[in-house]
Design a protein around this ligand. Sequence first.
Ligand SMILES: *Cc1c(COP(=O)(O)O)cnc(C)c1O
Ligand SMILES: [Zn+2]
Length: 411
Amino acid sequence: MTFVEGLRCRECARTYPAEALHVCEYCFGPLEVAYDYDGIAAATSRERIAAGPDTIWRYADLLPARAQGAVDLGAGFTPLVRADRLAAQLGLGELWLKNDTLNPTGSFKDRVVSVALTKARELGFKVAACASTGNLANSVAAHAARAGMESYVFIPRDLEQAKVVTTAVFGGNLIAVEGTYDDVNRLCAELAGEHPSWAFVNVNVRTYYAEGSKTLAFEVAEQLGWQTPDHVVVPIASGSQLTKIHKGFRELHRVGLLSEEPHLRVSGAQAQGCSPVATAFATGADHVRPVKPDTIAKSLAIGDPADGWYALDVVRSSGGAIGSVTDDEIVEGIRLLARTEGIFTETAGGVTIATLAQLASSGVVRRDERVVAYVTGIGLKTIDAVAPHVGPTATIAPTLEAFESAVEVDD
Ligand SMILES: *Cc1c(COP(=O)(O)O)cnc(C)c1O
Ligand SMILES: [Zn+2]
């Protein structure tokens, strides 16, 4: 069973049954899953969660789909690592990294897709579909293969080759579209109307998909011994992940899993080449104006973010900030993380680390705070971003003399 009561409009609070719906018929506001929190509080406990699987499904009581028969490649329960060397470089105190590069297809998208396709299957869908900036494509193709579902994955044609190959290998339909992600997304909104029997993870089952990101909060709280951080730094594409991390910590308190009410500051990270939410934050605007993306951080290149306004609201009301960084800073962020902590992240992670550095130096992220930065994707899919900047220390003949003359060794 699940504790889902139905869906509720985030704007006007009208309620709907838990079906494949994502917008309110009355006000066009986005729908959100509503739960029976008293029921969850009575059923769940720290012990029950600890006895669950080492995946996102240990938190099934707080998810909209059943763990039994889940479409599961093992997403989630990734390491939370203390990052003292990076903290020292940035002038911070207690810094932790949520290493989501270690998910089955190398990004946090496995969390949301596992939830979305599990729910889609419960609702009777046999076909999975999505519009993607790359990581979602990988994850939908892989999970659909695992579930024996047909898949249609739509991507912008200029995506990194590694993301194309690591999607196509799973054997579903992969359609490269001549346009930006926002063009692809518009096309998918039309296709969703034409093919109501397809589960579009970021259209008609988006409401369920988004809930998967709450596990990024649940795990961090559990891994910190059922405590909350003081400050989290989260990358923003559509803004969904950021809002759901915030929601996740609040829910844990609501169902009695956290003894203290979380006082969490939430900060966001964007690439300067696609920074509509950061710009709205900086200018104090009350809406997010769409932009045309131009950045190496392709997995964050959403010019018209669906949850941008909600992300802005969470950041403002929690006392955080949203920074944006240049392509050069993104590359430096990737390299800094790799050098100091041994984690190779993709460009989105470079955005997060570079923004963390920026917010640390401006004093927004403070030395006396317990900070968690979310590192959401693996570097192997965006090799091109760092390839021009790193390489062998020396290339030599296979002789002792060649090594001694090429490399200065201090021992
Ligand atoms: C999709 C993605 C994000 C951002 O997710 P949103 O919920 O759309 O804001 C962050 N990092 C990586 C690696 C992603 O693929
Ligand atoms: Zn409404």
